[in-house]
Design a protein around this ligand. Sequence first.
Ligand code: SF4
Ligand code: SF4
Length: 380
Amino acid sequence: MANVYYASASDYAEQTLTAALKKAFLPVAEEVGGIAGKRVMIKPNFLEWKGADIPVCVDPQLLLALCHLLKKQGAAAIAVIENPAVKSAPVIVENMGIASQLAEIGVEVKNCSEYKFVDMPENSAFRRMEIACEYKEFDLVIDFAKAKTHAMMTLTLAVKNLFGLIRGSERLGWHLAVGRDFSRFADMLLDIYMLVKPHISLVDAVIAMEGNGPGSGTPVALNFIGCSTDGVALDASVAAKMGVNDLLTVQRAMARGIFQDFNECGDVPGVKKITLPDPPQLGLEWGVYFPPRLREFLRRKMVAKPELFAERCVGCGVCAKMCPPQSLKLVDGKPVFKLNECIRCFCCQEHCPAGAIISRKTAFMRFADNFEKFIRKIVR
Ligand code: SF4
Ligand code: SF4
């Protein structure tokens, strides 16, 4: 049975954060034998720094407070290692305005660089992966995630955060490999999590992101941090606080027997239903008796699609560069989607700097949604 610790935090003021970390992080640190004398690696979510008002990354003040606390607890070395989408980790902390403070307390900040092919553990869904292996050099690995919506996986929390250990170009390859099979994608994320097995997972949900996440959503104050030795349990617990009880990574972890039950401790927050992106795929429960070919046809129609907000598009071309199957091309400075070749990875939506792409339910999905609600009402 895992413990998930919560602490409330109404803002990112230093005192608030130090108190919150003592309440939620230190008991977890004790569960793994303390910090003193250990070399600690933090893998934060540094997708892209868009400014203090847009919660794309973990909050810089919380990262700083964590490093101060680790230092105070006697960490022998602290490194922040990440592989951001566009800029390098040192540039991100510079832009965050905390580079000199981190340097003062001796925190090393660098990009992932030691990529190696590794054989995956026996119960993995995939055999071999190329992954940044710096984590093996540390005594304690902290998976430090931001609570955000995600067009493909609904939410990005602790498990999804470790996808950043895959080389940028390879991430596109994984999207290509799993295509529209979101369960396979969730399995791949779980494989990475099980391989790295971070000692501590920490989620920043003081100001989380709702709507068009993970890069262009809207801030939503949830006012808590959550922490656990078990990132899957932490994700299940935090997702439920955000109104999501069917997170695919958690469902797959349950199906694969790698989910353990958990206790919630500390300032356990209530449920605050956030605005989610349209689900990438609808279930087809009511079509269970349809012939297989019809079910397959319907299944293909039930995948949300990327859609452009033309007035927000600045014609930068990032979306076309990030599209794994190159099914999106820039025509006259605007993206045009070839939906029959699109694998619905939503990399274009994730990386668009202008928030000009959203995931949108197809007309068929909206019809199916309403039809299912109607049927449920009748048979209730
Ligand atoms: S990344 Fe966004 S802003 Fe840039 S071309 Fe694509 S849709 Fe337009
Ligand atoms: S168009 Fe967008 S969602 Fe479709 S494959 Fe390309 S990047 Fe992925």
